[in-house]
Structure formats: C-alpha cells, structure tokens
Design a binder for this molecule. Sequence first.
Ligand SMILES: Nc1ncnc2c1ncn2[C@@H]1O[C@H](COP(=O)(O)OP(=O)(O)O)[C@@H](O)[C@H]1O
Ligand SMILES: [Mg+2]
Length: 319
Amino acid sequence: MLNCRQASEFLNISSVRVKQLLKENADLGFEKTEVNNGMIKISSKAMTSLLSMRGLSFKHKRIVIKQQKGGVGGTSLSLISSMRLAQKGARILYIDLDSEANATSFLAKADFDIGNANTMLEIFKNGTSASECVVDTRFENISMIPSKGMLRRVDRLLSDKNPKLLMDKMLASVENDFDIIFMDLPPTYTRLTESAYLAADLVILPYDTSSFSIEGVMLTYEDLQASIAEYEVKREIEVKVLMNKYSTTTVASKEAFSAMAKIMNDKILPFTIKASSDIVNCINNGKNLFESKANAEVKANIDELCDYIAPLQTSSARH
Ligand SMILES: Nc1ncnc2c1ncn2[C@@H]1O[C@H](COP(=O)(O)OP(=O)(O)O)[C@@H](O)[C@H]1O
Ligand SMILES: [Mg+2]
C-alpha cells in the first residue's frame, strides 16, 4: 500500500488533494494506521479508482521479461514489477508458463488448491477457457493463471499449432479486465514460449555478467526475429535488453554493460538493476520489496523499470 506522499507523487497532485479525494469517496476504502501516527495507507484498488478519477490509466501491455538462459532474474523482476505496479493501481494478470511454477508458489493464497487448478495445459488440452483459469493471488490487484509440474507436457500438444495465434487468441479472451499482463516463461524456446514472445508488446531480455547470459540474449533475439519472419507477424514487438545484478564495485559489470551496448546499442535500456540480497530475500520470504526496508537504490531501479514498462497516459488515449 502507498502512503499519501507516495500517492501524491505518483498522481502528480498534492497530498492535501489526495486526502480530499479519499474523504469525498469514503467507499474507496483506505486504512488509517494509528500506530503510525494516523498515517493513511492507500490500497491498490483505491489507487486504481484515484487514477481513473484523475483521468489517468496504464497503457495496456503484454510483457515478457525473460530470455533462453535461466537464472538471470526473469521471474524475480516480473514478480517485483507486478507487485509494484499493482500497488500503484495497475490491474495485473500474471501468467505462469514455467512448469517449475516458482511464481505460482510465490503468488498463491494459502488455501490455493494446486491439484485442481487450471493451467495453460487445461486450456490447450481440454479447451478450458482462459477466464476459468484466472485466480486471485495474495496481492490485491494481481490475478494469475497458475502453473504446475504437468505443464511440462503441454508442448507435445502444440506441435502442429501456429505460434502466432496460440497465445495471442488466448490473451485476447481475458485481457479486457487487466492493464498489464506478465508472461513468465521457462528458459527454453519451444512452441509455447515462442508463442508467448510473439504475443508480447514488450520483450525485455535480462542478462548479467556471465557470458552465457549475453549469448542467451543474442540467441533469443535471433530466434524471435526468425519466428517473426517465418510466421509473418505484423504486430509490433518492442525488444529491449536489461542488465540485472549490476555491481558498481566490479569491473565485470561495467564490461558486460559496454559489451552488450556495443552489440545491441539501440536495444539496451539505459538503466540497470543493482545486484542486491534484498531482491533474493524478498522473493525467498514471499514479501513485496516495497513493503520492506530494502535498499533505496534497488527500489529506484525497479521504479525506473516499472515506469518504462507501464508509463501513465491520459485515459482518452487508452485503446
Ligand atoms: N538483482 C538481483 N540481485 C541479486 N540476486 C538476484 C537479482 N535478480 C535475481 N536474483 C537471483 O537470481 C536467481 C535467479 O533469478 P530468477 O528470477 O529465478 O531467474 P529466472 O526466472 O530468469 O530463471 C534467484 O536466486 C534470484 O533471487
Ligand atoms: Mg523463472
């Protein structure tokens, strides 16, 4: 939840005006935590309403933060950005396409029944509708389509399907209720992941100092370009490269940044995500980085990423 000052900065109005709006719209529901000297905490849903009162919205977007190489922060960055954007009022759909289901475990409510959950496997195998798979999570404003181990079997069902349409159609059937859709992928380039990349509006390829991860970025980029050509994909897919686990104290980070900048000069994002145990801890402990006493620099990095992923627009421009 945001406090009044954070909400006022984000909405670009004074704290007094935020309080006024909350008072005038008592049904929005906000909490006053007396322990914090009556500090007002604004729920994610109240932020969604405040944004719409201000005539602002998040541009609808489908996001993939992933590349073929695993362990570079695809899931961590997707989860942390989801939680931050939800806090700011965005309605998020998180689709877990990785049969390891790490994000599903992180997001699931305590009473979530994984055995009976519907995943992408049920969509493609039984024709279950995507909306029947959407469940609430522990976090306000974040819904998910979960994953489970059996999802590893999905690819054998898809061999004769056109990847251009597979995810795109499925997303079209649920996306009206959401501002931002995150697709969390396994570290492979299969029919299913190919289809998710082709259905995305923005693909962010994360990498770190390891040369394998730099190579992974190049391979994923090449594979994606080949798929776009092969299936004559006309929709625009923005591709960016993001350096994660950046350390200012090691030469390796600087070198990896400039090496990538040389190869992908117009694709590399001008900011990086700092290497930080706060990221590891918040994911391991099931916490929102922004509800913890994490390093301010890491939080600023994530905010920069969120602003890039989902800048606000005036609602009239929404499509
Ligand atoms: N900025 C970071 N600083 C430190 N550790 C990180 C950072 N981003 C990710 N990690 C760690 O790297 C590991 C792999 O991240 P993960 O999100 O699971 O990657 P992927 O989904 O791409 O396989 C995890 O242990 C995670 O905590
Ligand atoms: Mg992952």
